[in-house]
Design a protein around this ligand. Structure first.
Ligand code: SF4
Length: 432
């Protein structure tokens, strides 16, 4: 029996959580339950939490407490908590926040749907309720991770690496293309490990080529690549397949051999450089995004300077910087947290300042050049678009003065770059 229940799903954390929520939301719809945006108007609030680092955990707990407050005021009937924080700390949370009606781990769609009085439509799990703008969607190709990175709790919450069979991913991508998706953003904990478990070898190249044959898909963007054992054939596939964006997101975390060793990253500074120069020489014009951690327990001032010199040397197109967060049950936990927060933050600021100059310089090189952009939305006097260099939410954008142009969000347009600042490009439309 299915209750006529208004459900609000709150998604925290990363794009992998977004995909999980979209699968769940589609199952909620398939069970004739009503999905609503505003948790204040819901009967049931489901929170898909993040448990990655301290700040994310705090945000998740606060969101749970806000929902519990709504329940205590009689505004909502039920609070359900799912996702990484719940996977990691279920028994503690049950004790500390008993007002929550049910706690579920990651990807427990059946448990949640049954709790709502529904039935899981297993055969339709590949279909999703898209929460991103329809022209762009994440495709999660595997879950879990086999890497032993010392600072990371994700394997504790998401388990070992598990690839999703290619035929399921093709079907899911066709479903997305049928819903107007033009850009597929390929995500996982480590996308380059795709297929090693189910096909006995790394098969990301094969998958990307197959996805590029799907009618309607125009851009395929690769995120979360891992630097060690980067498949050589993948470099050629990115270089040769016109639908694959010349863009690689490859978190490196550090460059000093000492720090990389303690982080258990399985790669050296020298091999990291080799890979980056190989990507640049074999994929002309490739955009490289990376992330670093500052204030890792054994990072000395000298090792931080080495990282700064590396960033100046390589001139990445995009970087993100996180400060080290102590995570229990990770192998770095025993190292404690000797680097003061003030130092961690100042190192982060120094790196971002170095990058700001590099990014400005690189962006200015595009003035006068033509680019194909995906028009995302209108904001005030500007159309906001992205080029092959820009992943959503984390990178820069291309801003185009509205100027009475008759254009449509979700379409591709050719532009000429007229101006640039450290993050964004400014452009005018051509051929419209
Ligand atoms: S690759 Fe390392 S940092 Fe990334 S999810 Fe796996 S263990 Fe964590």
């Amino acid at each position: 029996m299915v209750n006529n229940n208004k459900i609000s799903v709150i998604t925290l954390g990363c794009s992998k959580n977004t995909v999980d929520s979209e699968r769940l939301m589609n199952q909620i719809k398939l069970n004739n339950l009503e999905l609503i945006d505003d948790p204040n108007m819901a009967d049931t609030v489901i929170i898909n939490t993040c448990g990655f680092i301290e700040a994310a955990k705090e945000e998740s707990v606060n969101t749970i407490l806000n929902a519990v407050a709504l329940k205590q005021k009689g505004k909502i009937k039920k609070v359900i908590v799912a996702g990484c924080l719940s996977e990691r700390y279920k028994s503690d949370l049950e004790k500390e926040i008993p007002e929550v009606d049910a706690f579920f781990g990651t990807e427990n769609y059946e448990g949640i749907i049954n709790n709502l009085g529904g039935e899981l439509k297993y055969e339709l799990l590949g279909e999703r309720f898209i929460t991103t703008p329809s022209h762009t969607a994440y495709l999660k190709i595997s879950e879990g991770c086999d890497h032993p990175c010392s600072f990371c709790a994700i394997p504790i919450m998401r388990g070992k690496h598990k690839s999703i069979p290619m035929e399921n991913l093709i079907k899911e991508a066709e479903f997305l293309a049928g819903n107007n998706t033009k850009e597929l953003i390929i995500i996982a904990q480590d996308t380059t490990d795709y297929g090693k478990d189910i096909y006995g070898q790394k098969s990301l190249s094969n998958l990307l080529n197959k996805l590029s044959e799907i009618k309607g898909i125009e851009w395929i963007r690769l995120m979360y690549a891992y630097p060690s054992q980067f498949p050589d054939d993948l470099i050629d596939t990115i270089a040769q397949n016109p639908k694959i964006c010349k863009y690689v997101d490859i978190p490196l975390q550090h460059i000093s051999d000492n720090v990389l060793k303690s982080m258990r990253r399985g790669v050296t500074g020298e091999r990291t450089r080799e890979l980056l120069y190989k990507l640049r020489s074999r994929i002309p014009g490739v955009t490289i995004r990376t992330t670093f951690i500052t204030g890792y327990p054994n990072e000395t001032e000298k090792e931080f300077e080495e990282l700064c010199e590396f960033v100046k040397e390589i001139k990445f197109d995009r970087i993100g910087v996180f400060t080290f967060s102590v995570e229990e049950n990770t192998s770095s936990y025993l190292l404690g947290d000797p680097v003061p927060d003030k130092i961690k933050e100042s190192r982060k600021d120094i790196l971002m300042e170095i990058q700001r100059e590099i990014s400005t310089e690189k962006n200015k090189e595009f003035i006068g050049k033509k680019l194909k952009v995906l028009l995302e939305r209108t904001e005030g006097e500007y159309f906001v678009a992205r080029s092959y260099r820009d992943a959503p939410e984390v990178d820069g954008e291309v801003l185009i003065p509205v100027n009475g142009y008759n254009v449509k969000e979700g379409n591709f347009y050719d532009v000429e770059i007229t101006e640039a600042n450290e993050y964004d490009l400014f452009a005018k439309l051509i051929n419209t």
